[in-house]
Design a protein around this ligand. Structure first.
Ligand SMILES: [Zn+2]
Length: 501
């Protein structure tokens, strides 16, 4: 049985976002477990929907032993600082050197990391790992569906497997698939044939959801091709907010028979090329979305609004105020917005105390141009310490530490409530409302700071889901970003304009 080094370094970089990921961001994890090392990795991720958890469990079940390196993740944001990158990558490499000899390496990576000093964060890390273990030791990685897979990553990894769901309910499952791919390589002593292709157009993240077309159909087709051809296939719609040359959608595949692999890849490529127009987005202004939600949402079956351009899962800081301001102006009823990430207001709410009213200045903490605080009177309805466990399909088993939380009720528009939290985290679990006394199902309108992950827990209770385009840093339409480094000729949205360079 083999001895396998296991590590992880996850960051999804929106190079247009307001704040960078420093070492402290990886220490806190922002919803993920904080940075951990060695044997501590297994304990930190056990039982959670995390790739490393699924991989470690599958490797042990297959009789292999694992050696922990370092595992770290942070909330999506602007680039990983040079200091954080070098400390974390350095710890991984140091521990890998100390662990030699190993039979294989598994890494839990995101695939869209840009560091201050390396545009292709994962490619650089893989090069360093390869340097330590040499050419003969297999390296297999798992990646997020939002990976911008680079030629360097493809060349350096012997195998890559990528999530197939967005919301990512299959993170642990993907880790287990990576472990099986690695196990096959160790059993046969052979590296599989591999193939890779990059597409010519970018897609906005709300349209990448696998609950809806075209991705629902594409992933079903992909699974059918794997079965038919006996190969491993992955599709990464990519993360269209990372300004570097290799940002974009890609597919990759692995198999022992090259002809079968090429046939499967060609079919998948054609299917995705043909789906381009289906990736076009349908977005509503806050006013239009609320006008509709006030008609369709009912207590028991709320209409859910996705404040997609402030998604903390895509580099937003959860502190924009456009949708909240519209809810107040239109005096929505039985309406709640969460989680607004506003540490000073959450702290202030705890000072004001339950049942008391005060003037708050909500949001606009991170300095996104054009975003202003909401200055209004609110009553403090409930308070929480922010410590609870996720129960929805995405955050199930995550021990969440959101810092001081509060539920506020507007004085002028008493039908509107806002849930405040201190630690940046995507609103993708109903417990984030329940922790401060809000049962989402008992609302008519539930607005969430999320693009897609919320759907795993909220779509089952929703009358309908509307994607709202309120001002924020995580632009839903990639054509709106001020790109500087993309590959010339790539279309900036489905059937859209080409990037001139
Ligand atoms: Zn993702």
């Amino acid at each position: 049985m083999a001895r396998i080094a296991v590590g992880g370094f996850q960051h999804e970089t929106n190079t247009f976002a307001p704040t960078m990921a420093d070492y402290a961001a990886f220490e806190s994890g922002g919803g993920w477990p904080g940075i951990c090392f060695g044997a501590g990795i297994e304990a930190a991720v056990a039982g959670a929907n995390i790739p490393a958890a699924g991989a470690i469990e599958a490797l042990h079940t297959a009789g292999h032993t694992t050696v922990g390196l370092a595992w770290a993740a942070a909330s999506p944001s602007d680039r990983v600082t040079r200091d954080a990158y070098e400390r974390i990558a350095g710890a991984m490499i140091e521990r890998l050197q100390a662990a030699l000899p190993v039979d294989a390496v598994y890494l839990d990576l995101h695939g869209a990391m840009v560091a201050e000093h390396h545009d292709d964060g994962e490619g650089e890390l893989l090069a360093r790992v390869r340097q330590v273990v040499g050419e003969r030791i297999p390296i297999v990685i798992s990646l997020d569906l939002h990976a911008n897979v680079t030629r360097r990553m493809f060349a350096l990894a012997d195998g890559m497997v990528i999530y197939r769901t967005y919301p990512h309910v299959d993170m642990a499952v993907t880790g287990a698939r990576a472990a099986r791919l690695l196990g096959d390589m160790l059993a046969t002593g052979r590296r599989p044939q591999r193939a890779y292709h990059v597409f010519d157009y970018l897609t906005g993240i709300p349209s990448q959801c696998t609950f809806i077309e075209p991705c629902q159909g594409i992933y079903a087709y992909l699974a059918g091709l794997e079965e038919k051809h006996g190969v491993s296939l992955s599709f990464a719609p990519g993360f269209p907010m990372a300004d570097f040359a290799e940002c974009g959608m890609s597919i990759c595949g692995y198999g022992n028979e090259n002809a079968a692999l090429q046939a499967a890849m060609a079919a998948l490529r054609e299917r995705i090329e043909a789906a381009e127009k289906e990736f076009a987005l349908d977005l509503l202004s806050p006013e239009a979305a609320l006008a509709r939600a006030m008609k369709t949402g009912t207590v028991g079956l709320p209409t859910v609004l996705a404040d997609t351009q402030d998604n903390p899962g895509a580099g937003g800081n959860g502190d924009t105020t456009g949708l909240l301001a519209a809810m107040l102006a239109l005096r929505a009823q039985d309406a709640v917005l969460g989680m607004l990430i506003d540490p000073p207001s959450a702290k202030f709410a705890h000072e004001v105390g339950i049942g008391n009213t005060a003037e708050f200045a909500l949001g606009a903490i991170s300095g996104v141009p054009g975003i202003v605080p909401v200055h209004k009177r609110f009553k403090v309805e409930a308070l929480g310490d922010g410590n609870f466990v996720g129960t929805g399909p995405f955050y199930r088993g995550f021990k969440l530490h959101m810092g001081p939380m509060a539920c506020l009720q507007s004085v002028d528009a008493p039908g509107v409530r806002v849930v405040l939290a201190t630690t940046k985290c995507q609103t993708a679990d109903q417990e984030m409302f329940r922790h401060v006394g809000i049962e989402p199902r008992r609302q008519r309108i539930v607005a969430v700071k999320s693009s897609v992950h919320f759907r795993a827990d909220f779509q089952p209770i929703a009358r309908e889901v509307l994607v709202v385009k309120a001002p924020g840093p995580a632009l839903a339409d990639p054509a709106e970003f001020a790109w500087t480094k993309l590959r010339p000729g790539i279309r900036l949205n489905p059937l859209g304009p080409r990037y001139a360079g």
